[in-house]
Ligand binder design. Structure first.
Ligand SMILES: [Zn+2]
Length: 481
């Protein structure tokens, strides 16, 4: 997510100094603290995961614990008081070298700052620790230089590589590291940490506001704390959920829910005028589309049976979700995705948005019932095909070796426009004839459109063909409805 302006006062202030202060990543913390307790730490680690989930925080903690001179033998926690701990906390330790590969991608820098540094003894600490952030950004030659060191690491060095894109890392480097994949931090854990900070700082930010912050942060503790910083500045007298949504540029849930209701009512005039009204109030259509998509996603999850939605009124969501089918919500999510994409490219996003709103308001086709209908259709065409086998001129399924010319048959023309419930012939074959399908398909679709416009519209987009087994195959270019 994009922050309104990065602010990291709280993030810096509350950066964990002990393993027990870390939010989330418990399995990784347990493994590392056990290694510290048993003296079985490695010479190279790779921490991967999305931004703001604690990669460099864990690396720094590990560095501190490794070099702490007063760490109790039965604890993995650094003492935070010895000279090594203090130097690392203050950022002036000569034995903790941090490199941001995103800004130093040259091979020379790696060679000078890392490779050469590994050759000199530590400046007093037990280990010289190198933390290389965003390591996937290194050039190939820089990786090669690093690889040489990792192949035979001096006993006093520890490399801690951090990356948001582990898939871009050379396998040769990864195979020499102990790898830890950090996950986005769970909402519950983030709520606990934010609640602790709010209490400690005596901030007036209520629970629903915190829930909204957690939801927007998407598992990143750094984003959550940045946002909390901004919320405090934005609403110093006290912030609720609406203040957070306003700060994030999000619409209130009520606005989004009422727009969903407008779409559901399927009245084109109201839909178009609501869009115009929204624009006149200075609304951002892309934001509305994103919020509608998020709302559909929420309702889909409620229908699927999920119950934990921080900051949401579950009773209200359940009530709203009842009005929609799975197919409808899935279709809306997909259509809104396409809408956002097309709005970006269009010189007239308003027209695109209105068109998609009208499309969404049309009742969707239920796949299961569509399938049943198509089967019925297949049977009818098949029966109808059988009825025509005796009609000579253009029907290719005529008996073998027909005469070169046959006078016009006295039989009436095939019942093209009549209903497909034409009397089935007992001897009619189950196989569909391709030519028959081709000639009769358009009129069939027309008939369907008269009776069931939505299904007819859907069939119009389909390409009908006959399979080797003689069944009708309908091909829809994705997405169709
Ligand atoms: Zn210490």
């Amino acid at each position: 997510m994009t922050m309104v302006g990065m602010s990291d006062v709280l993030y810096r202030k509350y950066r964990p100094q002990r393993f027990e202060d870390l939010t989330g990543q418990r399995a990784i913390v347990t493994t590392l603290t056990n290694q510290l307790l048993f003296g079985s730490t490695a010479h190279a680690y790779c921490f991967s995961g999305p931004r703001g989930v604690g990669k460099t925080t864990i690396a720094r903690l590990l560095a501190k614990a490794l070099n702490c001179t007063q760490r109790a033998s039965d604890s993995a926690e650094p003492c935070l008081e010895c000279a090594q701990c203090l130097a690392m906390t203050q950022g002036n330790s000569l034995d903790l070298i941090e490199v941001d590969a995103a800004s130093h991608t040259g091979v020379d820098h790696v060679r000078d700052a890392i490779i050469a540094a590994t050759r000199v003894a530590t400046a007093g600490a037990k280990y010289k620790v190198f933390i290389i952030d965003e390591v996937h950004m290194l050039s190939i030659s820089a990786f090669n230089a690093l690889l040489k060191t990792l192949e035979e690491p001096p006993s006093h060095t520890v490399f801690m590589l951090a990356t948001t894109e582990a898939q871009k890392m050379p396998a040769t480097i990864l195979s020499r590291c102990q790898r830890f994949a950090l996950r986005p931090i769970l909402a519950e854990a983030m709520m606990g940490r934010l609640g602790f900070i709010v209490k400690k700082e005596k901030l007036t930010v209520d629970g629903p506001a915190l829930e909204e912050i957690v939801r927007s942060a998407g598992g990143s503790m750094r984003d959550a704390l940045s946002l909390l910083d901004q919320v405090v500045v934005f609403a110093p007298q006290g912030a609720g959920r609406d203040a957070v949504r306003e700060l994030l540029g999000l619409l209130s849930q009520e606005t989004v829910a009422s727009f969903m209701a407008v779409l559901k009512a399927n009245d084109p005039k109201t839909i178009v005028s609501e869009v115009v009204k929204y624009l006149e109030k200075g609304g951002d259509l892309s934001q509305l589309a994103r919020d509608l998509q998020e709302r559909c996603h929420l309702l889909l999850q409620v229908k699927a049976g999920l119950e934990s939605f921080p900051g949401e009124d579950l009773a209200e969501l359940s009530r709203s979700a009842k009005a929609y089918s799975f197919d409808e919500l899935e279709r809306n999510i997909r259509l809104l995705g396409r809408c956002l994409e097309e709005m970006r490219k269009s010189p007239c996003p308003q027209a695109v948005f209105q068109a998609f709103c009208l499309r969404m308001s049309q009742p969707g086709v239920d796949i299961a019932s569509l399938s049943r209908r198509l089967e019925a259709l297949e049977r009818k065409i098949s029966q109808s095909g059988g009825a025509q086998k005796s009609v000579p001129p253009e029907v290719s399924s005529a008996p073998p070796d027909p005469p070169a010319f046959k006078p016009p048959d006295p039989l009436p023309p095939p019942p093209v426009s009549s209903e497909f419930s034409a009397d089935p012939k007992p001897d009619s074959s189950e196989r569909i004839d391709a030519d028959l399908l081709r000639t009769q398909w358009p009129s069939f679709v027309q008939e369907v459109q008269k009776a069931k416009p939505s299904l007819g519209h859907c069939l119009e987009d389909a390409e009908a063909s006959v399979t080797a087994e003689g069944s009708i195959l309908l091909t829809f270019s994705f997405p169709t409805f």
